[in-house]
Design a protein around this ligand. Sequence first.
Ligand code: NAP
Length: 459
Amino acid sequence: VGVLGSGDFARSLAIRLVCSGFKVVVGSRNPKRKAGLFPSAAEVTFQAEAVKKTDVIFVAVFREHYSTLCDLADVLAGKILVDVSNNTEINHHKESNAEYLASLFPACTVVKGFNVISAWTLQSGARDGNKQVLICSNNQEAKRTVAEIAQVMGFTPVDMGCMSSACEIENIPLRLLPAWKIPIFLALGLFLCFFTYNLIRQVIHPYIREQKNKLYKIPIEVVNTTLPCVAYVMLSLVYLPGVLAACSQLYYGTKYRRFPDWLDQWLQHRKQIGLLSFFCAALHAVYSFCLPMRRSHRYQLIETAVKQALEKKMNVWVEEEVWRMEIYISVGIIALGLLSLLAITSLPSIANSLNWREFSFIQSTLGFIALVISTLHTLTYGWSRAFDENQYKFYLPPTYTLTLLVPCTVILAKVIFSLPCIQQRLLRIRRGWEKGRYVKFVLPSATGEYSSGETSSNV
Ligand code: NAP
């Protein structure tokens, strides 16, 4: 196998190829200077020499320098060129790098591949990091040859079709968290809404009504009352699209009708939404843990103690408050534990070790239990505040009452769906039954002969 270039990628590629048992010839413009960088088993020579000796050549050179290889056109004729290059921007050029290479060397067969693998992954082997090598070419035979090389190197070749896919393959390493964009914007949007709402209630209201400066609450208290709201609502948004999908299936009486695009997208982003919910819940736990460390908290404690002493109050134990806090913290810890379990099992390496039933039990059943326990956590936090008119700052209800809306809707819907009459119908629909679809049936007649007819499968 030949490698043109002696940079980071070429070096890692040569090491991996040598380790996988290939005879490697590296083509460099300055072989003497670069030879020491390669394993001794690899031959480092001039570009033309390397090309002459090999049939499959990896072009580990940037696109901008492809034209400098044109002198090699004659020796390259009839060989397979593997384009491993990446761009610096998505859709940077009109044509993909591989198509450009093919246009410069029409007598060669060009295969796009290995660009999604970093030099580091190549060196450390296919044990860590990405294992998939996306390959495309207009020549099936050449594609198969490169796929075989990838397989021997320990990677998983993925056939991406013909050369027109090269652009898409080249864009993959440049995309920044494509599946996370919508969930992140959703989380940020919710955070901003709840943060503003809490800021009005906790900082702006006391300032306007009582001229009290509560700005110190912004970095920790306001953030810490916002984070659980986001975590809780995001968790309910993981289960809401499932409820909407079930409603649609019940309404239309079929599972074969396509969901609207927005619902499809939402269903596909549930994992990311769930992980962001876990992230916010974990931050909330850390923030809550740090609340007693604040100076403001200590001053308030001393202030209360002094007041009680002056009022000669000895027993300040409020049984109901004690119980409320014990239960509130306990269910909070359980909810966080369940969320951690959901997050861990959504990792591909763990998810792959579970069968479908185990995965669905954890993600669906335990996830729903986590939502119910989070609701208990929220209710024990809010307790009777919803019925206390002092809690309605500027007529705004306590934040926790707002957060309960979506999760309670989801829980209620799930309870309704678990009623035997609805559950049975949903189950039948999900096994292929359709409303109003007529099926042929055959019945024995009174005379013992069989007569055929049609009836609705509803019957
Ligand atoms: P690099 O370290 O800069 O190496 C590029 C090599 O190209 C040089 O060492 C040079 O070798 C050779 N070259 C040939 N003609 C040249 C010319 N006219 N001017 C300058 N250099 C010339 O780059 P790299 O990181 O190895 O990347 C090489 C290719 O692999 C790029 O297309 C890149 O997109 C792709 N890639 C890299 C990675 C990665 O992790 N680094 C991952 C995926 C894809 P000689 O001096 O010996 O001729």
